[in-house]
Design a protein around this ligand. Structure first.
Ligand code: ADP
Ligand code: MG
Length: 710
């Protein structure tokens, strides 16, 4: 079997070209079943005329030269050329580009006007090949109204990326023009397959594609090849070397020893309060770690009432895991001891590795080499490491007095989680924690490894991640996609403003910034994006406490008219629908509120409160709305101020319903804090503003949709 696509690529390579000319691209496209205008190439005036005769008038003539990438900018496109005009047009092009290594002149039919769209592909440093779709012309160039997906895309991805652009309405039909969306989806899928099958193709620009009410036609195409001549893809230059690459694949061993050690050595244990090696030991003791603890310190003796040993391999008992908190310089020696002792996992707290200097990187490599050779899993270096709410194992050096166990897991590149942020969570939140993994430099164990472990962890029901960078975006995406089907995955990614692509020949590559591609990857994986720690906690506590809704129709109870308007706005912004109350609900609400008051959703309870005070209005409204089949979820707004009592609902009523119920409490700080403690103590999330409650609910709804519950 001859592969004509591979031949076209090889032909360009032989000529030292990375840029495939329009007629070559069109040959490739026709090969994969994508319709294009003619790919005929005239090398003489006579040929141009006879080709035009065969095609029928009017025709289009375009210059074909490896030196000319943007043909019309250079004056190389002649549109609407009629019978009798072909010779002149051909000669004009030939004269204009006579010194430009012209390969020939493309002769093609003048396509009837359609809606112009662009389909493209490029390669992202983290996620590999990505696909782009947008409306052509100013929509792409000025408005950058484009959508991305990581390749390979599914039918659904292809459909969603079209629907995502602002101009989608134009495709659906506007002023008599419309586009055959199915034919565009087909082109998207075929381009996805093409760049998957031919990794040598680095960028694709089909610009424009004319979309008609029936069918679509590629009018112009360019493709850019990878630089190297083998046709194999290597990681693009800006991609950081992945450790899988430097040290071979990570051992398949799971992370049991990382999270669930039965015995642990604390290397660098210290008797001096507030030193890292002191706090780690103290945390293990005060938080109630269930396994054996062996301090390691060259001076041995006794630390915090435990017998200390001079080195790991001198401990006369089994040691499953070591927490290393020594100066970086001695870590290599410690690792050797751990290897001799048969330790299965190490958590390296020490800094002074690849995060700081080239020398540190070399040291980290040396440490990793020992770990790989001995089959030791390594967390860090440069981190606070691990917490496991089940066996109470902890490696953090931040002083922690209490740490309630629960169903939320955190993964973070920063050690902040087991340090300052944890304190923030512990003092402001009422949900418990199942696992924390602070990954530091990610020399071995990375985000995807932890996600894989958490997928199988019965205690974890929600996963929250803080990410700065990913070394292997494709593996992360695969694992994230799997876990997100079962457990909500909430991600806060920082560093998204970084400019993505370097100078690029194709439109697609110039538009594919890091942020856009990450955003697309999240959508494909069902990841819930948040934009800060505060939003992360808002969403996490909703998942930690509540069931998922089975629809997107919200009922809102407020105590002011303004609150009702703000809530309605927030619902609309987040794609939630205000439920339409059933006749029975409306009747029940009318009974508690004055006759002049108009009852609707959101319900303003104030007139009823004025008449009856709090118990009856709130009690009736809550019970009625929870009983209304047209209401899928409920947001209850309360106030808490001195001298007026704060309404605290009957939690049994809330729990008896399978619908998510979220609260918003406003008022006096002290009183609000008391109300929050009461309500969250009963596992219902409370927010300080209604729009935050709405946002959290919208995430629950998205997750329900992703799981096919809606
Ligand atoms: P380039 O992108 O290299 O400048 P194109 O081949 O895209 O050149 O041509 C420029 C514009 O001319 C296109 O955006 C399209 O609007 C129009 N055009 C090009 N080829 C045809 C054709 N065969 N039929 C109708 N219009 C065409
Ligand atoms: Mg073009």
């Amino acid at each position: 079997m001859t592969d004509s696509i591979a031949e076209i690529i090889a032909g360009a390579r032989r000529e030292g070209r990375v840029y495939l000319l329009e007629h070559e691209c069109k040959a490739i496209l026709r090969d994969i079943g994508v319709p294009t205008t003619s790919g005929l190439v005239a090398k003489s005036e006579e040929e141009a005329v006879s080709m035009s005769e065969a095609i029928g008038y009017p025709v289009v003539l375009k210059i074909l030269s490896p030196e000319i990438v943007h043909k019309s900018d250079a004056g190389g496109v002649m549109l609407n050329v009629g019978r009798g005009e072909v010779r002149a047009a051909y000669n004009e092009l030939a004269a204009r580009f006579k010194d430009r290594h012209v390969v020939g002149v493309s002769v093609q039919e003048m396509a009837r006007p359609g809606l112009e769209v662009i389909v493209g592909a490029t390669r992202d440093a983290t996620f590999g090949p990505v696909l782009m779709f947008g409306l052509g012309g100013v929509f792409v160039e000025v408005l950058k109204d484009v959508a991305f997906r990581v390749i390979p895309v599914t039918q659904r991805d292809a459909q969603e990326m079209m629907e995502e652009i602002k101009g989608y309405q134009l495709l659906q039909g506007y002023r008599g023009q419309s586009a055959d969306v199915a034919s565009l989806r087909d082109i998207l899928l075929k381009v996805s397959d093409l760049v998957t099958a031919y990794p040598a193709i680095k960028e694709v620009d089909l610009n424009p594609v004319f979309a008609y009410p029936q069918g679509s036609l590629v009018v112009d195409a360019r493709m850019i090849l990878e630089e190297e001549t083998t046709g194999q893809v290597v990681a693009p230059p800006q991609s950081p070397p992945t450790l899988g690459g430097r040290f071979g694949a990570a051992p398949q061993a799971d992370l049991t020893a990382v999270f669930e050690p039965r015995s642990v050595a604390v290397v660098g244990a210290s008797a001096t309060p507030n030193k890292a090696g002191f706090n780690i030991l103290q945390n293990l003791l005060t938080l109630g770690y269930e396994g054996e603890v062996y301090p390691v310190n060259p001076k041995a003796g006794e630390i915090l009432g435990l017998k200390a040993y001079p080195t790991v391999d001198q401990i006369p008992h089994q040691v499953e895991t070591a927490i290393i908190a020594t100066p970086a310089g001695v870590v290599v020696d410690v690792m050797k001891g751990c290897a001799r002792k048969g330790v299965k996992a190490v958590i390296i707290i020490s800094s002074g590795f690849s995060e700081g200097s080239e020398e540190g990187r070399r040291l980290e490599d040396e440490v990793m080499a020992i770990a790989r050779q001995a089959g030791i899993r390594l967390v860090g270096p440069n981190t606070t490491g691990i917490f496991n709410g089940e066996n109470r194992f902890i490696s953090s050096f931040a002083p922690i007095d209490k740490l309630p166990s629960g169903n939320v897991a955190f993964i973070a590149q920063t050690g902040l989680f087991l340090g300052i942020l944890l304190d923030h969570i512990l003092t402001s939140q009422h949900f418990g924690i199942s696992k924390v993994a602070g990954l530091g430099n990610k020399a071995d164990v990375d985000d995807a490894d932890i996600l894989e472990y958490l997928a199988g962890d019965a205690q974890t029901e929600v996963v929250a991640m803080y990410i700065e960078g990913l070394s292997d975006g494709r593996r992360f995406l695969k694992v994230a996609r799997e876990i997100a089907r079962e457990k909500p995955l909430v991600v806060f990614k920082a560093g998204t403003t970084e400019a993505g692509a370097e100078a690029a020949l194709s439109h697609t590559a110039s538009l594919a910034g890091r942020a856009e591609v990450f955003e697309a990857a999240c959508k494909q994986a069902g990841i819930l994006r948040v934009n800060g720690f505060e939003e992360m906690l808002d969403v996490v506590k909703a998942f930690s406490f509540l069931p998922l809704p089975t629809g997107n129709r919200v009922g809102v109870i407020h105590y002011t008219g303004a609150g009702c308007v703000i809530a309605a706005d927030a619902c609309q912004k987040e794609g939630l629908e205000l439920a339409e109350f059933s006749p029975a609900t409306l009747e029940a609400l009318r009974e508690i509120t004055p006759a002049w008051h108009r009852v609707r959703n959101p319900i303003d309870l104030w007139p009823a409160i004025e008449r009856n005070w709090l118990e009856i209005p709130y009690g009736v409204a809550i019970e009625t709305l929870l009983g209304d089949e047209g209401v899928d979820s409920l947001i209850i707004n309360l106030f808490a101020i001195p001298r007026w009592d704060t309404y605290i609902p009957d939690f049994d009523v809330l729990r008896a319903s399978a619908k998510p119920v979220l609260f918003c409490v406003e008022g006096n700080e002290t009183h609000v804090r008391e109300a929050v403690a009461k309500i969250e103590g009963q596992s219902f999330p409370v927010y300080s503003q209604v729009n935050r409650a709405v946002f959290a609910l919208s995430c629950l709804t998205k997750q329900a949709r992703f799981r096919g519950l809606i």
